[in-house]
Every structure is written in C-alpha cells, then in structure tokens.
Design a binder for this molecule. Structure first.
Ligand SMILES: [Zn+2]
Ligand SMILES: [Zn+2]
Length: 346
C-alpha cells in the first residue's frame, strides 16, 4: 500500500512510499481508512518542530471501517465504522495511566509520529482505543472527531463554560472554530473570534454560517484589548481559548481575560520559549489551563455533539488525494482551507 512517510529527522523528508499492509495483533483491528485529516501537528512534523520517530507513516486523525479483527478482539467486527484515540503504547502502569491520563504517558507513541499512522490505505489500532461511529455521523465528519475530542476535553471538561459567558477565541483554524461551536452549545453569551486579514475568507464565513462567531476582530487592524474592555465595561472576558499558538495572541489572551478568569491553552507555539507579561497574569490571578491531547470522555462528548448537530464539521473539511499532500499542507499553512482530509485508499 502507498503511505505518506516522514523518512528521517530534519526539515522536509516527507514522501509517498510503498509500505507493507499492516497485520492486526491479537487485541488489534485492521481498519480500512476512509479519510485522514491533516493536523497542525503534521505541519510541525514536516518542519521538524515536534517529536517523531522516523521512518513513520504520518496521520493520526482518521475515520475508517473495520476490515479484520485479531483473535482477542470482542467489541468490534468487520464493517463497524470507527475512529480512534491516538494514545498508542501508553503503558497502563504509570501514575498517569492509572489516573486516567493515558494521553500524556511517557511511553505513549501516537500513530502518525510515534508509530505508523493513517495517511495510508490501512491502519492497525488496539481495540481499547477505538470508538464506534453511529450512522448519524458521516465518515467524512468522523475524520474530524479527534480535534473535536481535544476541544471537548480541554475546553468543556477542563475549563467549562457558564451560560452567558463572554468567550474570546484566539485563532481561526479548525480547533478555534470547533471551540467556538462547543462554547455556543455550552451556552456562551458572546463569542469573539480573533484572527488576521487572511482569516476573513472561508474561515470567517464558515464560523458565521455555523452561528458561532458573534464578532470577529482583525488583530492586524483593530485593538482587541480596547474592544473587549469596551464590551465588558472594563471587566474582561470570562474565558479565553488560545488556539493560535502565536506569541502576540498569547499576550493578548493574558490582557483580555478578566481577573480570576480562565485561559484554555490549546495552541502549541513550536518554540522553546516565548516572552509573556508574567506580572499581568499574577496580578489578575488568572488560571491557565494547560492540556495535551484528548481524554476518553472528550471523545464521547465530541461524538455525541457531532451526532446531535451541535458541532458541524462536515462542510468545514475539504477532501484531497494523498498525492496532493504538498498542495494540501501549503493551503493550510496559508489559511486557504480550514481542514483538509486526505483520501489514501487504493
Ligand atoms: Zn491532531
Ligand atoms: Zn503510562
């Protein structure tokens, strides 16, 4: 089978190669991959800004159909539609795993960067990391379940939205839009999304179309701090979701959050250190909720919200062929698409 592989360490070194079709072990299922989403992480891996173990088939945001099951598998059978948590090889024994935090276990090697992933026709996954996808969710939407699970875990489970909250979202990428949709479903009063001029095309259109952006602030031309101060009578935003991963956005998050407010940190900067106004955070007694990846419950919440239509990702995602990966990666980097799924089947 053909697969998109990060061949070695360094910038670049990504190529479509001929790889062996994987064989499921006892507790694994073989999945015929339907769609695999390109994540910010994949772009960081291309540019050598995220840990990975090459050579490795990239891709961790997949949907697919069970093709074959290992002898020990009890909960799945051929034909089941599935998605999966990319928490492969979590040890199950350490203090993190035993506290239910398998997503940050030191032994974890996610598909797509630690072990072979889903930019391929077939993928093996252990049964215990899978979730069934109901018929109410298309395989195309299901391929976006992973970023939805991340937001459900980090924003809804860990930070929480109180009905009526003024929520500011930094960023206009897929995670930012999903966060806005989930904030709306959780009862946010006003949702302010912040981006740049390049975000004012399809990204802003989609956010408005799905009714999750009450106000857009172009941070290149407008003063977000003054706008939020005016909107809130000087109090500040109740919750800020940082989904841009850019230093100016992180600084703005600290400036617009209210005293004792919560910042939900989702974006990775890709840098060793950044400069932030520490004393502002201190004087405001801010909570910054750092998180990484997704939880079991995050997946359940995300799938239920997708089923009920509270989260709408179907039209957010554009489908391209695996052979077009370079064009797809660059469209995402330039902000010309919100989410791109690659079709890697044969
Ligand atoms: Zn991802
Ligand atoms: Zn562990």
């Amino acid at each position: 089978m053909k697969a998109l592989v990060k061949k070695e360490k360094g910038k670049g070194f990504v190529e479509i190669l001929e790889c062996d079709k994987p064989i499921p072990k006892e507790n694994e299922v073989l999945i015929k991959v339907a769609y695999t989403g390109i994540c910010g992480t994949d772009i960081h891996i291309l540019h050598d800004e995220f840990p990975y173990w090459p050579p490795v088939i990239m891709g961790h945001e997949f949907s697919g159909v069970v093709e074959e099951v290992g002898a020990g598998v009890t909960g799945y059978q051929k034909g089941d539609k599935v998605v999966g948590e990319p928490h492969n090889l979590a040890c199950g024994k350490c203090h993190l795993c035993r506290n239910g935090k398998i997503q940050i276990c030191d032994s974890k090697r996610s598909i797509g960067w630690g072990i072979d992933g889903a930019f391929a026709a077939y993928l093996c996954m252990p049964e215990n990391l899978l979730h069934k996808v109901s018929d109410k969710i298309s395989l195309k939407s299901a391929a976006v379940a992973e970023p939805c699970a991340i937001v459900a875990h980090q924003l809804l489970e860990k930070c929480g939205i109180t009905p009526g909250d003024i929520v500011v979202i930094m960023g206009m990428g897929a995670i930012a839009i999903i966060a806005a949709q989930m904030a709306r479903a959780a009862g946010a009063g006003q949702i302010v999304m912040c981006g740049c001029t390049r975000d004012m095309g399809i990204r802003l259109d989609y956010a408005k179309k799905t009714n999750c952006c009450d106000k857009f602030v172009n941070v290149e031309q407008e003063d977000i701090v003054a706008i939020i101060n005016e909107m809130t009578g000087g109090r500040g935003a109740d919750v800020v979701v940082e989904a841009a991963g850019a230093t100016p956005a992180i600084v703005n998050a600290l400036k617009v959050i209210k005293k004792a407010g919560t910042i939900c940190a989702i974006g990775l900067t890709g840098k060793d250190t950044i400069s932030i106004p520490w004393d502002i955070a201190m004087k405001k007694a801010i909570t910054v909720q750092f998180n990484m990846s997704s939880s079991y419950n995050g997946w359940e919440i995300a799938l239920r919200m997708m089923e009920s239509g509270m989260v709408q990702v179907e039209e957010m995602a554009k489908v391209m062929k695996m052979e077009e990966w370079e064009d797809a990666f660059s469209q995402l980097e330039k902000g010309e698409a919100i989410k791109i799924l690659l079709e890697c089947g044969e």
